[in-house]
Design a binder for this molecule. Structure first.
Ligand code: ATP
Length: 460
């Protein structure tokens, strides 16, 4: 079933017709210039998976990678940009971005009536070669094989040729098709995880998302990379560190945003990969309990507060790390991961906030006393602290968040004026008393009772 014609038909029948038209136009433009054009990466993987599945459903692609290869002839570094420009003229509505020394071009459609949200990357296949030692790598338009060899897993290192001759030819240099059939996530070479530790997180992502297994030797490479301290090394010594940390953050975000985050975390823990975040981090029963609680809490409160779900889960993970100091303190780790300052501060002050709020809540008996302790606390910080509390204190926090924080006093300033009181410093105290009485149910919900209380307490 891997004949060129079959692959071509499979591609056509599994893609949205507009997308198909886009690819055909790109192929034709490349053809006219004497270049080869390939569909590569995740799109090929997803289309082949679609072809393997018995249902004839459309494969939805939001992210497409193309590679131009000129066989050392006329394709230049700017080939991707040239093709992208042609497509931008033909298919309206896209923004064109050019990035990197290798001039990869990206076309972006955002909420487009035809493409909805689509990201199309066009790169030029390249070889970095060193004409003499210590020279800068020079860029030469070159072989697609090299391009594929730089990728992470065999299932992502497949390409389909879009240009003639041999349109629809499937390039599978590393056994990716077989791995798709077996359900294996397998790296291309032993050093892969040492070269780029974020691939550890990617391996877990693909395995869990597709229900695949990490191939046994690949798992050994992962464990070896972690045991050799690949992550600490790259964090403390490598000038590429900021970029690496940013990519690690986006992989984490990807995992924690997905519905399969619980399985992904278990798999990361099984591999010992949570240590990439912090050397002490393990998925203990306690951490697991806190993650579940946070997940539930966020669902409950998401309508009236817009907390970032994945970031809060990550904060729970990091909050489990003992305070410590130096580069492995919670806040430092958050900072290295380039999380927002708000998160860094929240983690830095967590211990102090925990003590203060726990101490206050233990003494608070009446709802009004609970409100006094918790009023003004931001939701995210409060949720983090609540996870570590015993059931009875936690219940007070939930009640505060769901009910007590929203209770309106039975009388307001206007009512007091109508009763004949003059606005002044005492108003604040009176309103606070009415608020407390309302919260504690002293007035049984009756305005008359509240008025009687005020008149008695503050004679005119
Ligand atoms: P998804 O459907 O989740 O977007 P994808 O395979 O398209 O999956 P991306 O993260 O968008 O995933 O990456 C696009 C392609 O770039 C991958 O298929 C892979 O070939 C390559 N790639 C991405 N990250 C790496 C990496 N860290 N190392 C090597 N290759 C990578």
């Amino acid at each position: 079933w891997m004949r060129e014609a079959d692959v071509w038909d499979g591609l056509r029948s599994h893609l949205n017709p507009k997308l198909w038209q886009l690819l055909e136009t790109a192929a034709q433009a490349a053809q006219e210039r004497g270049w080869q054009l390939y569909l590569v990466g995740g799109a090929v993987r997803d289309v082949l998976r679609g072809m393997q599945s018995p249902q004839e459903t459309e494969v939805v692609l939001t992210d497409i990678d193309l590679v131009v290869d000129g066989f050392h002839q006329s394709a230049t570094v700017g080939a991707g940009v040239e093709l992208a420009t042609v497509l931008q003229e033909r298919f309206a509505g896209a923004r064109l971005d050019v990035h990197g020394a290798f001039q990869t071009a990206a076309l972006l459609w955002h909420n487009d009536p035809v493409f909805d949200s689509l990201w199309l990357d066009i790169a030029t296949a390249r070889t970095e070669f060193y004409p003499y030692p210590a020279a800068n790598p020079e860029v030469e338009a070159s072989s697609i094989r090299q391009d594929l060899y730089r990728r992470d897993f065999t299932i992502n290192a497949l390409a389909i040729r879009l240009t003639t001759p041999r349109q629809g030819k499937l390039l599978d240099f590393f056994g990716g098709v077989l791995d798709l059939q077996r359900g294996w996530v397998r790296v291309l070479h032993a050093n892969s995880f040492i070269e780029d530790p974020t691939r550890i997180f990617r391996a877990v992502r693909f395995a869990v998302r597709f229900g695949f297994e990490i191939e046994p030797e690949t798992e050994r490479f992962i464990r070896h990379a972690i045991a050799s301290g690949v992550y600490e090394r790259s964090r403390s010594l490598n000038p590429r560190t900021p970029a690496l940390q940013a990519r690690l953050k986006s992989e984490l975000k990807y995992l924690l945003q997905a519905s399969y985050w619980p399985r992904a975390l278990r798999e990361l823990d099984r591999l010992g990969a949570l240590q990439c975040l912090h050397p002490q981090l393990r998925l203990t029963r306690e951490l697991w309990r806190r993650l579940q609680l946070m997940d539930r809490g966020l669902r409950r409160f998401e309508n009236w507060h817009h907390l970032s779900h994945w970031r809060m889960l990550l904060e729970v993970l990091l909050s489990q790390v003992e305070m410590g100091d130096g580069e492995f303190s919670r806040a430092a780790v958050a900072q290295q991961l380039q999380l927002p300052e708000e998160t860094v501060q929240r983690l830095a002050t967590l211990g102090e906030r925990c003590e203060r709020l726990q101490g206050g809540l233990k003494l608070a008996r009446r709802p009004s006393e609970v409100v006094q302790v918790l009023e003004g606390e931001e939701l995210a910080g409060l949720l983090l602290v609540a996870l570590g509390m015993g059931r009875s204190l936690r219940r007070k926090v939930w009640q505060y968040l769901t009910e007590w924080a929203h209770v309106k006093p039975l009388l307001n300033g206007e009512d007091l004026k109508q009763l004949g009181y003059k606005p002044g410093p005492q108003f604040k105290e009176m309103l606070a008393d009415i608020q407390a009485g309302t919260l504690d149910g002293d007035f049984g919900g009756s305005r008359e009772a509240a008025i009687a209380f005020v008149c008695d307490r503050y004679p005119l």
